[in-house]
Write a protein that binds this ligand. Structure first.
Ligand code: FES
Length: 111
């Protein structure tokens, strides 16, 4: 299965191969996307925040309340924002496109 990352500049893109069961954050980091993922999936940092393409968003299972709470603190969060550490890839998500937020270049303390 394939995932496309749109870089923070909005222009560059990286096509990544993944297998079902992979965590979106791990795939992003393996392809050198600038997502820190500081808390390693504990939903305590939001530095793994990505913006899912609008047309793909409904294919994802809904975010948990904890994830929603953490997304409220994410820099540049939008309606289709998700924490990539909480997204487990499945065949149903083949072709997923996610945007790396511009803010991830300088995330600390930014809003
Ligand atoms: Fe910290 Fe996802 S890695 S919330």
């Amino acid at each position: 299965m394939r995932v496309t990352f749109i870089h923070a500049d909005g222009k560059g893109r990286t096509e990544a191969e993944a297998v079902p069961g992979d965590i979106l954050l791990d795939v992003a980091q393996a392809h050198l996307m600038p997502l820190e993922g500081t808390c390693e999936g504990q939903m305590a940092c939001s530095t793994c925040h990505v913006i899912v393409a609008r047309e793909d968003f409904d294919r994802l299972p809904p975010a948990s309340e904890e994830e929603e709470d953490m997304l409220d603190l994410a820099a540049g969060a939008r309606r289709t924002s998700r924490l990539s550490c909480q997204v487990v890839l499945t065949e149903a998500l083949d072709g997923l496109t996610v945007h790396i937020p511009g803010e991830s270049r300088n995330m600390q303390g930014a809003r």
